[in-house]
Design a protein around this ligand. Structure first.
Ligand SMILES: Cc1cc2nc3c(=O)[nH]c(=O)nc-3n(C[C@H](O)[C@H](O)[C@H](O)COP(=O)(O)OP(=O)(O)OC[C@H]3O[C@@H](n4cnc5c(N)ncnc54)[C@H](O)[C@@H]3O)c2cc1C
Length: 447
């Protein structure tokens, strides 16, 4: 798992990636399924309109595939938990969502270029013409919005659209998709053709619109649980917040994350944070939040104990219990949070040999030491080491391999921290011929 956040005082720009190398093959079922459905729509378009000439058939095929791709982007954006296993977690689902959106854009451009022309074969109606114009409008607007989303971060020059503006513009995609559905439903088309394509497109059209309404209007109310802020503590630029459930407690597995918002403190936008504690009998949970940007830096000044806050989740599939008998847990800076939850959940009965290495800049930057100490006292198979670069120098592959109480080649490496730290260490380990048995990391980018 990789968490590239600001872990030292002045890192370049925040970016978050959680990634898993192993298990990729297993998780291809989701991407394959979405691609197959787009291909099916394209194929049906081709065969249904083949007798109207190749231009018409290709135009309809790419248009149909675009509708199915767009619909699926909206379905995935609804964060359906049931589909998470097919993709290997919400992070991957978001990646597929992003690439589906880009594919839809390309397909729409092609549809626009090879516009099927049925003027001579169908009788034009007023509604059909309106649908034509609506399709044109939605196409142009989507072109702008998808391009904005795609180039949210401009490569090389490092210019980034503020998340809030990006998110706001992203919300309109559903409205534009509804217009596209209207276009495909009412645009003048030849009659008497096989209805399978229409059935498929109407189903996906409806599903996409329902998913969007669910994402924007229903899910926020259904999935959010009310909590009370019961404790706030500060450690450097990290604020640790303990939340107690007001009603039904949330169930989560250590390593999962949730979206947190605090409207009473003026922080209405939900932000994702790993739950840094293991499930407790009273349902309380802890978040350790590092001040990285506007929202997270304001938090310690405006959040007060006793305030009502909301948590949506849990999400994610980062779980060391899926790993082998020997494990290295490697954390960079605030990337320690999932490991704190894991460490808290370790019991005496845990048979795995685990060594945690936490890299920070100064010893004072380290959080959660009590949790790690308690875990090590409970279970002798768990050990940890703090590497403070200002005091101990940089962590190198050689040092990591030496520190581990077992051969690193026979171990699984779980990672959460800045991308550069992971890449550098893996490169070094490879050069030493000591590449870990499996490396677990998981792409997680909400953009
Ligand atoms: C799965 C996951 C788990 C995380 N766990 C932790 C944790 O345990 N502790 C911790 O300190 N940080 C964690 N983060 C990072 C945390 O979410 C960001 O630091 C925070 O959202 C930044 O918001 P900001 O407005 O302060 O910063 P900004 O500078 O405004 O945003 C920086 C970047 O954060 C992302 N971001 C901003 N707002 C949102 C949002 N509402 N939803 C999603 N992404 C957004 C965008 O990529 C943006 O470019 C986690 C992130 C992810 C994805």
């Amino acid at each position: 798992m990789e968490f590239a956040g600001r872990v030292s005082p002045a890192p370049p720009r925040l970016s978050i990636h959680w990634s898993t190398a192993a298990g990729n093959v297993l998780n291809l079922s989701g991407p394959l399924l979405v691609a197959l459905l787009c291909a099916l729509a394209g194929l049906l378009g081709l065969t249904t309109y083949a007798s109207y000439g190749s231009d018409a058939a290709v135009g309809i095929a790419v248009g149909a595939a675009a509708v199915v791709a767009m619909s699926q982007t909206l379905i995935l954006a609804a964060r359906p938990r049931l589909l998470e296993p097919l993709f290997g977690g919400l992070d991957r689902m978001y990646r597929v969502h992003k690439w589906l959106g880009i594919s839809a854009l390309v397909l729409m451009i092609l549809h626009q270029q090879v516009e099927p022309d049925f003027e001579r074969t169908v009788r034009e109606t007023g509604l059909g013409e309106l649908a034509e114009e609506a399709g044109e409008f939605a196409f142009n607007a989507l072109l702008v919005l998808i391009t904005i989303s795609w180039f949210r971060r401009l490569p090389f020059i490092g210019l980034e659209l503020p998340y809030q503006i990006w998110r706001f513009s992203h919300r309109f995609m559903g409205v534009l998709f509804a217009i596209i559905v209207f276009h495909q439903f009412f645009v003048d088309m030849p009659t008497g053709v096989d209805p399978s394509l229409s059935v498929l497109l109407n189903t996906f059209g409806l599903a996409g619109v329902i998913a969007w309404v669910h994402t924007e209007l229903v899910a926020p109310r259904l999935r959010r649980r009310e909590f009370t802020v019961s404790e706030i503590s500060r450690h450097g630029d990290t604020t640790t917040v303990t939340l107690s459930p007001k009603g039904r407690a949330m169930r989560w597995r250590p390593g999962q994350f949730a979206f947190f918002r605090a409207p009473e403190a003026g922080l209405s936008e939900p932000h994702p944070f790993t739950i840094a504690s293991a499930p407790r009998p009273d349902g309380a949970l802890t978040l350790s939040i590092k001040g990285l940007g506007g929202w997270t830096r304001r938090l310690p000044d405006v959040l007060r104990t006793g305030m009502s806050v909301q948590v949506e989740g849990p999400y994610g599939r980062f779980d060391f219990r899926k790993g082998g008998a020997r494990q290295i847990w490697l954390a960079g800076g605030i990337g320690i949070t999932p490991f704190l939850a894991w460490a808290e959940s370790l019991t005496e009965a845990e048979r795995r040999n685990i060594h945690l290495v936490h890299c920070v800049r100064t010893p004072e930057d380290a959080i959660g030491l009590e949790t790690l100490r308690a875990a090590a006292a409970r279970n002798p198979r768990f050990s940890y080491r703090l590497v403070a670069t200002a005091r101990d120098g940089r962590l190198t592959a050689e040092r990591l391999a030496e520190m581990a109480p077992f051969e690193i080649r026979d171990a699984d490496l779980w990672f959460c921290g800045p991308r550069g730290l992971k890449d550098g260490l893996l490169k070094g380990l490879k050069a030493l011929g000591r590449t870990p048995r499996r490396v677990r990391f998981e792409h997680f980018e909400f953009a």
